[in-house]
Design a protein around this ligand. Sequence first.
Ligand SMILES: [Zn+2]
Length: 578
Amino acid sequence: MRWSSSFIPTLREDPADAEVISHKLLLRAGLIRQLSAGIYSYLPLGQRVALKIMQILREEMNAIGGQEFYLPALHPAEIWQESGRWSAIGDEMFRLKDRKGVDMCLGMTHEEVLTSIARNEVRSYKQLPQVWYQIQVKFRDEARPKSGLMRLRTFIMKDAYTFDVDRAGLDKAFIDQREAYKRIFSRCGIQYIIVEASSGAMGGSESNEFMARTPAGEDLIVSCEKCGYAANLEKAISRLAPVNDERGPSAPEEFPTPGVRTIEDLTTFPGGAEASRQLKSLVYIATINGEPRPVLAVLRGDHQVHEIKLADALRATAVRPAHAEEIHELLGANPGSLGPVGAKQKHPSLFIIADNALKNRRNMTTGANKHEWHIRGVDVERDFKADLWADFRTVESGEGCARCEVGVLEVFKGMEIGHIFKLGTKYSESMGATVLNQEGKEVPIVMGSYGIGVERIITAAVEQRHDQDGIVWPKSLAPFDVIVTITNMKQDDLRNAGEKLYRDLQRAGLEVLLDDRDERAGVKFKDADLIGIPYRITVGKKVSEGVVELFDRLTKQSEDVKIADVVTHVQRLVLSSS
Ligand SMILES: [Zn+2]
């Protein structure tokens, strides 16, 4: 491709509304343009990158027996009603009516569509297993689309679905997909980790998320370098050093604490206690079995509650902090003076959940459920009874690894780039997709679902691979293998040498961009660095000596190469691993 006749609208300055690096660089390098919030167009360079990713996805899916489908984006509500997700999914689904008034939606995912195909066509275990996939546009009405290609309302997904006669089949399919995903992300030059995750609205029993580490990520990940443990913060656990408390008084004692409203206040109050010797008491309203229930969550003063872990421990569909009035009504005190001792006497239906880190702790201090009074000498097991012990505190960097017991945990930001689920029979049971097994018995098909976002790969690649001058594409995703930059178009010898190299490189099977614009060399170099082509051949003054300069975008090293050798040289570099 010739730059002079191409549409590559590079920008000198960072766009004002772009926050994360990938968003800035994708706009500046002329890969994408925004049409509306969360809706982007791929310009030619962006489309070349997207197509390369899709090719890698196709190859790796085909390699594990995947068969590609093309499925409708427009779905009748009926199939979503059958699976129960028409009502289970909220405003994030784009819904519409056709001219007859029939409910329709734009597909966010395709479990229902493929399950409906399977139930009509697959009758016997002999037709299983099946591995079906698609690479297509999907829709999601994000409440807050942002960060360029990270949170979109229309996006391209590779979704795969597996169908097996039993659990053992699903286990194998899940491993096949997991291994394929590892190869996909490695080929895309992305550093990733695999974490255990909660399955959310997809349902099912087991799921793994593939996360790319980047400060632009929206998820927090906990990992141990020693043993490889990794989990989302909402599932992560850690190990705390054991505490051996000295014995306190034989009974807890109340004491006045005028002006003390917070854990922090009590640490400096005379006769108070350091945060790790306090009990933090928080009132939540949890929705359990559809009913609101007041819950007192008790944890160590210097620990933070994680509301998703709390909800999971309570088997609640939602938890929210109680309002000040609700707290007053329950315990007769302000949020700064709450505590578990005697709380049940004040309100018998109050459910007390205590964090595991408090087990066997003695001589602790907490609120007295009386305005500006506290209680000290609290022995956790002796002085109040928890209805439930659980782990619901937030893991922090530097805590010990619970799995290997020697490693130290690190908490960092990551971005989800892929997610694989064991769905089990959730969809096949609700939608009636059954087969006859080997014994002639009718059983629901056992399913798995596996997704990768193309835009997520683009974003992760740019977030992880850039420098102050622009994008540094991995060879596998770069829009071109090599760019030939003619430094001065007015000089015939340079122009002729550049044109000849352009033809020879293409003939050698390489994807070449020829910068034949009538621009200063400095402008051309800046643009080439910005769009991030792995190799640049600079055709300059040394052409008269039969030499061109070969520049490596990643290392920023240049070397002089004989014109006669440069094609095979570049070919070798491009074919070597990235
Ligand atoms: Zn570990």
